[in-house]
Write a protein that binds this ligand. Structure first.
Ligand code: NAD
Length: 299
């Protein structure tokens, strides 16, 4: 069997286009322009790339983008004061602090300072609790993107066996909650799971969020299963003829022989994350103004 390759790049472009259309309608009908504020502390090169991309795609969707770049030695109190100002600013509907923050800043304190209604990353403890109790939450972007791909492929996920590999707060745990909410039977596997290949082999849906290059091989996959590869790992240049190729947590070529559908890396889950950030900003704007939720763009 040769798996269907799930085109996350095309799907993300479609999500962005749907967001842009609804942003235009919001402006026309209510004179509201959604605004997203992104705060970057320090000069981490990967974070700079993400922040630039987020700003560009925000503007392309017709939203207002507010970028705040702070020096690496910015005191925690200064960052918290900026978050307070963004929380109070009516032009700002979404607030995101790019992680990781420098060591002298307490990440938990920063996440707790963001107004949960503007928490477009979905990391505030209130949103975590709302999601876990099946209530209306802001949902973390990467798991939301995975869910959208799965719903597009399968429609109803009810009754499917799902195995999520990884239990991080930003991917694994919220992914498991979302699948549970869509009535899957969910197993969360992690670094201490025994007989991981056996656990994975019973899954109709496998979501790999581990950070270990090509760990999940084709012989772990149940024939016909859907494989969502969240991992982004850059191989050492020496292993890849000098190029430092990007690979996922799944060994793509062997898994694609067995799976029914699979996301590639790059071009699978990756592009969905920013698309879902835009969707979340639109959702936050609609909720703040007592308007209808954007259709097909929320969990
Ligand atoms: P993390 O390091 O916070 O969590 C990794 C999880 O994997 C842990 O819960 C750990 O228990 C589990 N794990 C580690 N080794 C394991 C093993 N041998 N067997 C089974 N489980 C094991 O990572 P994260 O932030 O959740 O990210 C996971 C991967 O997803 C990374 O490659 C990251 O770069 C990628 N990622 C991609 C996106 C995106 O596509 N936009 C977003 C976030 C993270």
């Amino acid at each position: 069997m040769s798996a269907k390759i799930i085109d996350g790049k095309a799907f993300a472009a479609d999500v962005r286009a749907r967001v842009a259309k609804q942003v235009a309608a919001l402006k026309a009908a209510h004179g509201i322009t959604p605004g997203l504020a992104v705060v970057l502390v320090g000069e981490d090169p990967a974070s700079q790339v993400y922040v630039r991309s987020k700003g560009k795609q925000t503007v392309e969707a017709g939203m207002a983008s507010f970028e705040h770049k702070l020096a690496a030695d910015t005191p925690e109190a200064e960052l918290l004061a900026l978050i307070d100002r963004l929380n109070a600013d009516p032009a700002v509907n979404g607030v995101l602090v790019q992680l990781p923050v420098p060591d002298h800043i307490d990440e938990a304190k920063v996440l707790a300072a963001i107004d949960p209604a503007k928490d477009v990353d979905g990391f505030h403890i209130s949103n975590v609790g709302l999601l876990a109790t099946g209530q209306k939450a802001m949902v973390p972007c990467t798991p939301l993107g995975c869910l959208m791909l799965l719903r597009d492929l399968h429609g109803d996920l009810s009754g499917m066996e799902a195995v999520v590999i990884g239990r991080s707060n930003i991917v694994g745990k919220p992914m498991a909650q979302l699948l549970l909410r869509d009535s899957c039977t969910v197993t969360v596997a992690h670094s201490r799971t025994r007989t991981l290949p056996e656990v994975v082999r019973r899954a109709d849906i496998v979501v790999a969020a581990v950070g270990r290059p090509e760990m999940v091989t084709g012989d772990w996959i149940k024939p016909g299963a859907t494989v969502i590869d969240v991992g982004i790992n850059r191989l050492a240049p020496a292993e890849t003829g000098g190029k430092g190729r990007l690979v996922g947590d799944v060994h793509f070529s062997s898994a694609a022989q067995v799976a029914g559908a699979i996301t590639p890396v790059p071009g699978g889950v990756g592009p969905m994350t920013i698309a879902c950030l835009l969707a979340n900003t639109l959702t936050a704007t609609a909720r703040a103004n007592g308007l209808l939720e954007p259709e097909g763009l929320t969990a």
